[in-house]
Design a protein around this ligand. Structure first.
Ligand code: FAD
Length: 321
């Protein structure tokens, strides 16, 4: 087959012939990102797990790059949109099965729902994700974590689809999890089986309420954003006399809290969040990220690395994966 463009109608038509889910052309990616930023792309909403493999196989045949997205809560799409097929893992891939203290959860289920559902049944381990937006698949891929927990701590196995469209089950010890990384590379997560520990439901309810309140106090939930923009720097070189240590503390110490670049702003609530004040473009957010990095580097000699995934027009990562 001749190489096609992800934006070509012939590609969208060919995909529709092979899958059950919906294929949307020239869809604004702003609707698929918690930043509410991003230009047009062809977006595929798989109706079932088999659809994902079929779409990947067809994309490979047509020479079209692809990009998997969950809730878009940790990425910045480009203003020009993507010349790649966007595969949105959500409804249709969100089933939950319980077998004792093992739960198998579809990649498309929002992680806070998985957190509440398992806690309500008296199981701990996923409850820490109650205030972390995003899907189960995005959480596994990112090894998202908070309150001392992360996905790697509870996962037993993950079902993925490889770029040729084949399903495969990976056991925990085959996945090179590290801080906020799974190392899953170009594989799409379909579901995961986690091993949770029984805990009294009343106790979990209390913990969840506490974690949720803590989040609400320190997170600009009322403005489009993508969570922590920078990773916290490690190692002794960045340690300052007055004890500033997190990325947010360094940014605040550099006097950048509230700083604006176009429609993007360093959140006045939490300096490691860049919020969209309403009209921000990806170029604004990137401009503010660059300005922040330069200012913190010149003041404290620390180079902050973005945690948010900056996506290029071809669907590749502009920063380290
Ligand atoms: C207000 C706010 C607070 C946050 N707090 C935290 C926090 O405390 N801790 C934390 O770790 N994160 C936090 N985040 C970031 C984000 O919520 C997590 O990284 C989340 O797990 C991302 O899930 P997602 O479905 O939105 O992934 P997306 O943003 O859609 O994608 C992120 C990455 O995962 C890949 N991906 C998504 N789904 C799949 C899939 N099914 N298969 C393969 N790859 C996939 C994408 O290609 C991309 O590389 C926060 C974000 C916001 C907006």
């Amino acid at each position: 087959m001749d190489r096609l463009s992800a934006r070509a109608s012939t590609f969208a038509r060919g995909l529709r012939e092979r899958v059950r889910g919906e294929v949307r052309e020239a869809e604004a990616l702003a609707a698929y990102s918690t930043y509410r930023i991003g230009g047009p792309a062809t977006v595929f909403l798989p109706g079932a797990a088999e659809d994902v493999g079929r779409a990947l196989a067809f994309a490979a045949e047509a020479g079209v790059p692809w990009f998997a997205v969950g809730l878009g809560s940790n990425l910045l799409f480009p203003d020009e949109g993507l010349d790649a097929l966007v595969i949105r893992i959500g409804k249709g891939l969100d089933a939950v099965r319980q077998d004792g203290d093992r739960w198998t959860i579809g990649a498309g289920l929002p992680a806070p729902i998985a957190a509440r559902r398992t806690a309500k049944a008296g199981f701990a381990g996923l409850h820490v994700f109650v205030g972390v937006p995003g899907t189960v698949g995005g959480g596994v891929y990112m090894n998202a974590g908070c309150h001392g927990g992360d996905w790697a701590m509870v996962i037993e196995r993950v079902t993925v689809v490889d770029p040729a469209g084949r399903d495969c089950v990976l056991h925990r010890d085959e996945i090179p999890f590290s801080y906020r990384r799974s190392g899953l590379g170009d594989r799409v997560v379909l579901e995961t089986t986690v091993h949770l520990r029984p805990e009294p439901q009343a106790h979990l309810d209390e913990e969840i309420a506490e974690m949720f309140q803590w989040r609400q106090r320190g997170t600009p939930f009322n403005q489009p954003c993508c969570g922590s923009v920078f990773q916290n720097p490690a190692g002794p070189s960045w340690k300052r006399d007055d004890g500033a240590r997190t990325a947010g503390q360094l940014i605040e110490a550099a006097g950048l809290k509230g700083e604006r670049f176009g429609g993007a702003q360093v959140s006045p609530m939490h300096a490691n969040y860049v919020v969209n004040t309403g009209s921000a473009t990806a170029a604004d957010v990137r401009g503010l990220i660059d300005r922040t990095r330069a200012e913190v580097a010149s003041r404290f000699g620390v180079t902050l690395e973005p945690e948010v995934k900056l996506i290029g027009r071809d669907g590749r990562y502009l920063n380290a994966e």
